[in-house]
Design a protein around this ligand. Sequence first.
Ligand SMILES: O=C(O)C(=O)C[C@]1(C(=O)O)C=C[C@@H](O)C=C1
Length: 361
Amino acid sequence: MKPTTLAQARALIDALDEKVQGLINERARLAEAVRDIKAQTGADGDHYRPAREAEVLRLAMARNTGPLSNEAMARLMREIMSACLALESPLTVAYLGPEGTYTQEAVYKHFGHAVEARAKRAIDEIFRDVDSGQTAYGVVPVENSIGGIVSNTLDELATANLSICGEVLLPVHHHLMAKVERIDQVKVIFSHAQSLAQCRHWLDATLPNASQAVVASNGAAAQQVAETGVGAAIASKAAAELYGLNVLASNIEDDPSNTTRFLIIGRKLSDPTGRDKTSLVFSAHKGSPGALFELLAPFAAAGINLTKLESRPSRRAAWDYNFYVDIDGHCEDPLIKPVLDEIRQRAALFRVLGSYPQAVI
Ligand SMILES: O=C(O)C(=O)C[C@]1(C(=O)O)C=C[C@@H](O)C=C1
């Protein structure tokens, strides 16, 4: 029945909300049953299953008939699953803090809001915390569509005994924020080096005489401006709200498609979902001509798509490099496994950093 008055429409919404709520709790009871089944089968108490979560989100999007968008529907399912998982056991997630960073946004986008997010001061601290079991998972930035790689993360990945179990793509929109109310009052701008670089044209055109100062993160910039009242910060809208700053200009990034990719790090390999990525690190034997070509050729021969290739100093010897490669597919896929074995034989160093579902939302 299509309502014709506001009161009728609201009464129908109330009745429907009651049913939706009942169904959500029924789902939560099933998640509790899953916990009991896992306990009986000797699972280790970590109930988070990245592959299953990706499947649930993909199913929600495939089933969706609107009017809500697929993404809006998936975000709702994301929060329901997050609350269900928190019933099983609250998940702890370390991220690059302080509060208000884009990494914190990436935590909530990937895990939903029912996690215990713990702010850390540096990327290596996050790796240490996850490795020692103090937190179950970590979220670290790995690359930006304009600024390129986050070298600390790649360097930590090469030596850490951890596994990448997910990725998050976060559109990054920068805002100028301060205690003062007018842009012409701003004499100094604080932010992370990458954020300043991503807003360079806007800053040159709008605030050519203001000086720029690099700090550890956008969140730290906003926190500092809130505490001292000095200057302005470039950070997220969430940071402006959290630290009570005035937004003086919005969306000041030079490229509106500016996106940062984050990785979820944990201690377990994720199951295959059919739409996965695998991250690898390897190095070639020094001094042999065509060594890198030899390591990459098996991918081409098997028709495996490379989505990324980076090199970094290996830190073992001068002019020795580690190559970081992302491919489409899971390391257990029957097509991929023998190819990885072949490359392992040919490489000086070879490690699978993780296989994980491609970002869903
Ligand atoms: O299917 C599971 O293994 C569950 O624990 C249930 C559930 C869910 O709510 O759907 C919750 C958490 C997991 O990360 C994945 C899925």
